[in-house]
Design a protein around this ligand. Structure first.
Ligand SMILES: CC(C)(COP(=O)(O)OP(=O)(O)OC[C@H]1O[C@@H](n2cnc3c(N)ncnc32)[C@H](O)[C@@H]1OP(=O)(O)O)[C@@H](O)C(=O)NCCC(=O)NCCS
Length: 178
């Protein structure tokens, strides 16, 4: 697989599945916000995300999208809280995964955090989501806290997750930006 990522002009050339050009940009229009809302529902079935003991409506948050012409392939939404920025939701459509769009979206948020002269970036993942845990650790995040059972309590039951694992615990990761 060949892949290039030009972080300077935010243009990605994808050679694995397509040769289209992609840009990563802030959500600017109502149409883009609506498309992000649809992506959130597609990934998680609901618009609200509970993370770090707070409930967020993802489409209302600052968001970057990966897009080409009128098509949106991925997004990242984040929130500022006292002392830290939280990545609330991140998703890349399956057809466009593994070509560093996710990494580029996280990098955009990191740049934003640095611009605000903040340093601490947080994200959480459920205990079954081993791919997301691998992804975030490969980007330099470290697990620093585990909240046992909070996701099971949110659902009122233990659902089956990735690989049939029980979805129970919230694993919290952090990255300190220099
Ligand atoms: C997790 C997700 C956002 C990753 O996006 P992506 O565009 O496929 O990831 P990238 O191509 O940018 O990968 C960046 C790095 O993470 C690594 N990585 C990604 N997925 C991985 C996995 N399952 N296991 C190990 N490493 C992984 C890649 O190898 C890559 O490392 P490299 O730069 O050294 O090659 C995407 O798979 C996704 O949308 N999943 C479903 C929704 C989700 O789980 N969201 C995150 C929790 S909110």
């Amino acid at each position: 697989m060949r892949r290039t990522c030009d972080a300077t002009n935010n243009v990605l050339s994808l050679h694995k599945k397509t040769t289209s050009k992609f840009i990563i940009d802030k959500v600017n229009t109502d149409r883009e916000r609506e498309a992000t809302r649809e992506l959130v529902k597609r990934f998680w079935g609901e618009e609200e995300q509970l993370t770090f003991d707070k409930k967020f409506t993802v489409a209302e948050l600052p968001t970057f999208i990966a897009k080409s012409n009128n098509n949106i392939f991925g997004f990242i939404s984040f929130a500022e809280t006292a002392g830290a920025t939280i990545i609330v939701a991140l998703g890349v459509l399956p057809k466009y995964q593994d070509v560093r769009i996710g990494k580029s979206l996280v990098k955009k948020v990191e740049d934003e955090v640095k611009k605000l002269q903040r340093k601490r970036l947080l994200v959480s993942a459920s205990n079954d989501d081993l791919p997301a845990l691998a992804f975030y650790q490969s980007l330099g995040f470290q697990i620093y806290e585990v909240k046992p059972n909070v996701i099971a309590e949110k659902h009122g039951k233990v659902l089956k997750g990735i690989g049939g694992l029980p979805i129970r615990d919230e694993l919290r990761l952090q990255k300190t930006l220099s």
